[in-house]
Design a protein around this ligand. Structure first.
Ligand SMILES: *[C@@H]1O[C@H](CO)[C@@H](O)[C@H](O)[C@H]1NC(C)=O
Length: 372
């Protein structure tokens, strides 16, 4: 760009700012708040009503009654206030309007999370300690073909089934060289596995579950079918499992220690890992590296998939060398960074290191020898 172009651009933007401020409508507190929450580039002078309208249009929201509409508008405004608080507590990420902006935190938790229990079973197999001296500085399983496209759990507390399929998809890829999208609905409908140690720990479709239970189920059932053969409905249904159509099977699984280097080593060696996380900051997350000052390590309520870690490729200079985990979520590509979440490494923020498990898939040969 030459100097003249640059100059005219600067002039133009100055002019438009002046013009805009002359014709600006009277501001309310909500407008001020929206300015602070809605990302720059959006028209900053629109009212809360306009932002609610564009939110509805963008995410195809329709409300049945006027009462419901007005209630959702109030919730929307409250969520703008929350987003602003989150922005203050989590300055390296961007928080604002998301597709969940018309849900109360309680509704959000009930409908879009679904991790059943907060504590890991004591008797689960522990992953062996791996060497950590040769770990790459950056690693991302998406670059190695082990990760399927981002899926969408919809309004169903089935996060745990997506975390499970994601880990088995990766393990199956490592074992066979084939990336196959696996069926969450099979888990939602058929997996009622419980942990013997604890009450209320059974996998229960849209009402929540646990990844280690789901591995146990898959181990016993013989494996998982393809997504295309047992497609996702987002609702609890009756089990239609067809054992002859199993495409990926669990060989074994284990729980990884809290140590971040061990987590990284297991990730690199075994493929994407199932993890539990406290999702409180995810309702308003738009992008960047989330690293909130306050986020409980104990309130794990969401099952997701750890696919990599990195230090580079993040814009703000001051944050450039801070490492982060790369997490695949199951809320569609129209959430977060094309469906992904980044969270800082090093401090078990939001409990990201607290509930990590790894799975290995059967090789094809093992499977055929089992059948014969
Ligand atoms: C599976 O078992 C093998 C042999 O005991 C072990 O080396 C490996 O780490 C296990 N894999 C997982 C994912 O637990």
């Amino acid at each position: 760009m030459d100097r003249t172009t640059l100059f005219s651009l600067v002039l133009l933007s100055l002019l438009s700012t002046t013009v805009a401020s002359t014709v600006a409508p009277k501001e309310t507190d909500d407008d001020l708040l929206i300015r602070q929450v809605v990302s720059a580039g959006d028209d900053q002078l629109l009212s809360a009503e306009h932002h609610f309208s564009s939110f509805k249009a963008r995410f195809g929201k329709a409300y049945e009654t006027e009462e419901e509409h007005d209630y959702r508008f109030e919730v929307f405004k409250a969520n703008l206030r929350r987003a602003k608080t989150h922005q203050k507590l989590d300055p390296n990420a961007v928080h604002g309007v998301t597709k969940f902006s018309d849900l109360t935190p309680g509704e959000f938790r009930k409908k879009f999370l679904g991790l059943k229990r907060l504590r890991l079973p004591a008797d689960t197999q522990k992953a062996p300690i791996l060497p950590t001296n040769d770990l790459p500085a950056d690693f991302d399983w998406r670059d190695h073909g082990a990760v399927t496209l981002v899926k969408d759990q919809g309004s169903c507390g089935s996060c745990w089934s997506f975390s499970t399929t994601g880990a088995l998809e990766g393990a199956h890829f490592l074992a066979t060289g084939e990336l196959v999208s696996l069926s969450e609905q099979q888990l939602v409908d058929c997996d009622h596995q419980c942990d013997p140690e604890e009450k209320n720990s059974c996998d229960a479709g849209c009402n929540g579950g646990l990844m280690t239970n789901a591995y146990e189920y898959a181990l016993k059932a013989g494996g998982l079918q393809r997504e295309v053969d047992y497609p996702y409905t987002g609702k609890d249904g009756t089990c239609k499992f067809d054992k002859t159509k199993v495409v990926a099977s669990v060989a074994n699984f284990s729980v990884v220690s809290l140590d971040e280097d061990q987590i990284a080593a297991n990730l690199v060696k075994n493929g994407p890992l199932s993890i539990g996380i406290n999702a409180v900051f995810m309702q308003t997350y738009i992008g960047g590296v989330s690293c909130p000052y306050i986020c409980s390590k104990h309130m794990l309520d969401h099952g997701v998939l750890l696919v990599g870690y990195g230090t580079a490729g993040y814009a703000p200079i001051r944050f450039k060398d801070k490492p982060y985990w790369i997490i695949k979520n199951s809320w569609g590509e129209n959430w977060g960074e094309q469906g992904y979440y980044k969270i800082c490494r090093g401090r078990n923020v939001c409990g990201v290191d607290s509930m990590v498990s790894t799975v290995a898939a059967l090789h094809m040969e093992d499977k055929s020898s089992e059948i014969h």
